[in-house]
Design a protein around this ligand. Sequence first.
Ligand SMILES: NC(=O)c1ccc[n+]([C@@H]2O[C@H](COP(=O)([O-])OP(=O)(O)OC[C@H]3O[C@@H](n4cnc5c(N)ncnc54)[C@H](O)[C@@H]3O)[C@@H](O)[C@H]2O)c1
Length: 262
Amino acid sequence: MPRDISGKVTVVTGASSGNGRAIAKAFGEEGAPVVVADVVEDPREGGYEDESGMTTAEVIRERGGEATFVECDVTDRDQIRAAIETAVDEFGSFDVMVNNAGIFTRLVPTWETTQDEWNKTIAVNLTGVWNGCKESIDQFLEDETQGNIINIASGGGIVGLINEPAYTASKGGVVQLTKTVALDCADHKINVNAVAPGWISTSMTREYFEDEGIREDLEQSTPWPRLGRPEDVANACTFLAAPDSEFITGSVLAADGGFTAR
Ligand SMILES: NC(=O)c1ccc[n+]([C@@H]2O[C@H](COP(=O)([O-])OP(=O)(O)OC[C@H]3O[C@@H](n4cnc5c(N)ncnc54)[C@H](O)[C@@H]3O)[C@@H](O)[C@H]2O)c1
């Protein structure tokens, strides 16, 4: 379905691999110029990417879209600011921020989770999204842009998940942050929503998708008769960014095959 997001200059964090790459490609295909913001330019090893020998920006450009890469660690607000400035300098405006970058350290019970694992997870998954919201809103207000922020949360931000205390806490934080930022920004007509993916095939999950026992658990917990793909997350994002979705704000859109509906 055409989304009418053509020309909306979009920054996607964590866009070199997995969900972020699919999001960036989907926006690129719809005619939105994309800033691919990531700590590394090449896709992570172990992902399920088509064209894994090419960077995300190369794939978008090869398909006729506009894209550029910016090295950006979302834990550093100055680097997010630089990515937004690249959007404005290279493409003339800044309209959509997709705060997608995230990490998952390992499955580990609460009592064995290290302080370092907790700190890193919160820094990237929650403070990174906060940084992305702050810098985007500054730019939208300055430009008087009816901007759009999409935060990638997780089903783990809605329900508890065994052995994932730091991850679920970070994603629960993203869900609540999204709602409050949406309330604060509504008067300015800045949309703020979250997408909560279920089990999606990326480098983050490959070892679980390939472990027969764990995969069976994932399938059993997903009512829809297949597991998720990065394109499922991307479709939710292009939907939220479209002008027709302007009355949707503060929502958490599950792209999870019914995982959190049970
Ligand atoms: N895969 C799933 O099943 C699943 C489920 C729910 C939510 N998510 C969320 O989707 C998002 C993307 O995950 P994915 O599965 O594509 O993972 P992934 O590991 O395949 O890709 C993550 C990307 O983020 C980048 N990144 C990591 N730390 C960064 C940082 N500090 N700054 C900028 N970029 C950084 C990586 O380089 C990589 O390109 C994450 O927020 C994740 O929590 C994934």
